[in-house]
Design a protein around this ligand. Structure first.
Ligand code: HEM
Length: 231
């Protein structure tokens, strides 16, 4: 059992984070031209617009919530007089709103990818895997927050899971801290780490590019070609 815990909470996180860093460097140096999320807008538009909007708005706020929840120590919010009840109430409200948005978005996008024949046949394996992996991770995150959390009133992830996650950054993860964590949270974290591991090798890599050049470059003007073709 100890071996499994060491693998899950020490070795696996570094494998995934190492893969994230290695893959990102490789993708942006050797394969720079392939850093994109190939658009399938021409194949199907309606579901793409709704799903993509819901997913992107939701996931940006979910990400911000994770940074706050996992990286900001409880001592900091205690210092500002924010009680546990207020903190968790706010986290559940925001996590609920944006988590459900991200869930609805990825559900539509996954349905679209598998049900529209044109989209399906032009998808790569990694496109299919990414959608399913995101869907599973988001369902597990919501289940952890709304099922596992309320069912374990003595469990506070800010005193266990979040401390372990911060320790990863200074290379001293105490895997014993993860022993008391409810199973749904554990599976959610393992899936979340897997997403980091596969991130640079999939279309997710586009999230690392902020397309600032569009703000500064000159406008491109498209004109209809009204002349009859000579052919
Ligand atoms: C590997 C790192 C990750 C850790 C340590 C982690 C940890 C957590 C924790 C502790 C919660 C419960 C928050 C609460 O109840 O207040 C949670 C919820 C959630 N997680 Fe993660 N997570 C990780 C990765 C991910 C990824 C990659 C995704 C999305 C693809 C994700 C999506 C969610 C969602 C949708 C929720 C429920 C709504 C919310 O609280 O934001 N998580 N996660």
């Amino acid at each position: 059992m100890n071996g499994l815990n060491i693998f899950c909470w020490v070795i696996f996180p570094y494998l995934m984070l190492g893969s994230f860093i290695f893959g990102t460097i490789l993708r942006f140096t050797k394969f720079k031209g392939s850093v994109t999320a190939k658009s399938s807008e021409l194949l199907e538009k309606r579901q793409l617009i709704i799903g993509s909007l819901l997913f992107h708005v939701g996931i940006i706020f979910v990400f911000a919530g994770h940074v706050m929840g996992v990286l900001v120590p409880k001592a900091v919010t205690d210092f500002f007089g924010i009680s546990d009840e207020l903190y968790h109430g706010f986290a559940l409200l925001m996590g609920g709103i944006f988590g459900i948005m991200a869930f609805a978005g990825i559900l539509i996008l996954t349905y679209r990818r598998f049900s529209s024949l044109k989209v399906f046949v032009t998808s790569s394996w990694s496109d299919l895997i990414v959608d399913v992996a995101l869907l599973i991770t988001i369902i597990l995150g919501l289940s952890a927050s709304f099922i596992a959390g309320p069912n374990a009133p003595d469990f506070n992830y800010r005193e266990t899971l979040a401390v372990w996650a911060r320790q990863l950054f200074y290379f001293a993860p105490n895997y014993h801290l993860m022993a008391q964590v409810p199973l749904l949270f554990k599976i959610h974290v393992l899936c979340g780490l897997t997403i980091f591991g596969i991130f640079p090798y999939t279309r997710l890599v586009h999230a690392l590019t902020v397309p600032l050049q569009y703000t500064f470059r000159r406008l491109i003007i498209y004109r209809a070609n009204n002349k009859k073709s000579a052919w």
